[in-house]
Design a protein around this ligand. Structure first.
Ligand code: 5AD
Ligand code: SF4
Length: 490
């Protein structure tokens, strides 16, 4: 989806670039220069094919990647490419990868193999891979050796350079690889192509300094860097002017936002400032690390009419001993006490979480502690994961890995517990009337739309396209376990 208003000034700046001169050194102008240069290549290729060329960005992993993909799409649209939903039909395919668990990597290789066959009959096709998986040297090596049909590889730290690297790949007809180990840079003001007109993710920080012992993210996303509050506010103001009513503030650990800025500010203070933006109706954020969630934040949340009544608070495990081994820096008791403080101030707060089973050394007793937390907190929903060994992390070197059959059995028990409880929690809201942001036409039921409640659950109710992007009141008629059927209240 193109966003004429917001991109207009960028558009003008791109037009002003003089391709007879050397590329400017300063960002983002350097990228504007390469966008214009890529346009010339695009036009020639498109003329040869006798039609507009298409692109497909395939995103694996988290919301952070989804936002990065919108930036890649923004640049491709500026160059002239047209979006194509099916990657097998597109002229340019880019995989934005995730490496948080092993199966994410396998999926990429499967899809990449498939594209290899297609490219044989479509030689002008180009394939790029970026994202977290490309920050691992051995994965880049595998692609170099076994997936020779790939044209461009880059990592998480230099995604802002996409226009430049893409131009290089168009020019050279050889594999271009550019992966940085780390960065302290944040480049602002590149084009973005939002998936939704009325809501948007907004990065507030990048990277992670927590080094949970199982997690590869700090190695592939680098050290924590916060954006300046003025840049964040400016971006949100522009989004609102553009029709956005809901923002999702994104960071691996939003609660430590601002600590490394020249003039440090807290996440709670940032929220206070964002709250003031007129026209903005809803604020969400993720992810919160329990160890950094301050009373100041609880206060700001509970006072705010705009901050949604939803908190994603990954617990990972219930056993204090395992939490210590995970380097999470809170105990089971700390976590439960935090949940109590939150619920005291906001009884209607919806809590969701991430839980892992099968961390090295996890005993039946440890696992029971996880179930105990699930029963005590009563999450609205939980993402459950089987521990995946990531090479380079401290946990990968732990020798007491849990046997697969034990892990699978625990995983099933956890899933059952989580599902039973979330269905019960969902039921509690049935019969109430709530404010809902209408998000899309329902694909499965004619004449229905789907909207999102403040607590992040979905409701399907009769409606039409004209309602998309609007906040409306909906009566929740029936709970279906993890969503509702409802009716518009006039
Ligand atoms: N194995 C399984 N799950 C993991 N996560 C992070 N690293 C791993 C791993 N090695 C999960 C955590 C995190 C979520 C984004 O992914 O639960 O919160
Ligand atoms: Fe990984 Fe822990 Fe950082 Fe989350 S907080 S990204 S789990 S290291």
């Amino acid at each position: 989806m193109k966003n004429e208003e917001r991109n207009r000034s960028i558009e003008e700046l791109i037009e002003e670039m003089d391709l007879h001169k050397e590329a400017p050194e300063e960002e983002p102008f350097r990228q504007y220069y390469f966008i214009k240069k890529a346009r010339a290549y695009y036009q020639e290729l498109s003329r040869q094919e006798g039609r507009p060329l298409t692109y497909c960005v395939t995103t694996f992993g988290c919301q952070m990647n989804a936002r990065d993909s919108e930036k890649l799409s923004g640049i491709l649209e500026e160059i002239g490419y047209v979006e194509e939903a099916e990657e097998t039909k597109a002229d340019f395919v880019i995989f934005n990868t995730c490496t948080v668990r092993e199966n994410a990597n396998q999926k990429v290789y499967g899809r990449l193999g498939q594209l290899g066959h297609i490219k044989k009959s479509k030689p002008h096709m180009m394939i790029a891979i970026c994202g977290c998986m490309m920050q691992e040297a051995e994965e880049v090596e595998t692609i170099r050796k076994s997936y020779r049909h790939v044209d461009l590889i880059f990592g998480t730290h230099n995604i802002f350079k996409f226009a430049e690297l893409f131009t290089q790949a168009l020019q050279s007809h050889k594999l271009v690889v550019d992966v940085w180990k780390d960065t302290d840079r944040i480049v602002e003001d590149l084009p973005v192509d939002r998936k939704y007109l009325f809501k948007s993710g907004v990065n507030i920080m990048f990277g992670c300094n927590n080094f949970c012992s199982y997690c590869i993210v700090p190695y592939v996303r680098g050290r924590e860097r916060s954006r300046n509050p003025e840049d964040i506010i400016k971006e949100i103001r522009q989004l609102v002017a553009d029709g956005v009513v809901e923002v999702m503030l994104l960071g691996q650990n939003v609660n430590s936002y601002g600590k490394t800025l020249e003039s440090p500010i807290s996440f709670a203070e940032l929220l206070r400032q964002i709250e003031q933006i007129e026209g903005l109706k809803r604020i969400r954020f993720m992810t919160s690390h329990p160890k950094d969630l301050s009373d100041e934040l609880i206060e700001v949340m509970s006072q705010s009419p705009k901050i949604c009544r939803h908190l994603h608070l990954p617990v990972q495990a219930g056993s204090t001993r395992i939490l210590k081994e995970m380097n999470r820096r809170y105990t089971k008791e700390d976590y439960l006490a935090l949940v109590n403080r939150l619920k005291e101030k906001m009884p209607d707060l919806s809590l969701t979480t991430d839980i892992m089973v099968g961390f090295p050394g996890e005993t039946e007793e440890d696992f029971e502690e996880t179930l105990d937390v699930v029963r005590k907190v009563r999450y609205d929903s939980a993402f459950t994961f089987i521990y995946s060994k990531r090479s380079g992390t401290p946990a990968a070197k732990m020798d007491n890995q849990v046997p697969e059959d034990v892990v699978k059995e625990r995983f099933q028990r956890l899933l059952k517990e989580v599902q039973t409880i979330s269905a019960e929690v969902c039921k509690e809201q049935a019969g109430t009337t709530q404010e809902v942001l209408v998000e899309e036409i329902n694909d499965h039921m004619d004449g229905y739309v789907t909207g999102r409640l403040s607590n992040n659950l979905l409701v399907h109710f009769p409606g039409d396209e004209s309602m998309i992007g609007q906040l409306v009141k909906v009566s929740l008629k029936e709970s279906k376990g993890f969503y509702y059927m409802g009716e518009l209240v006039h």
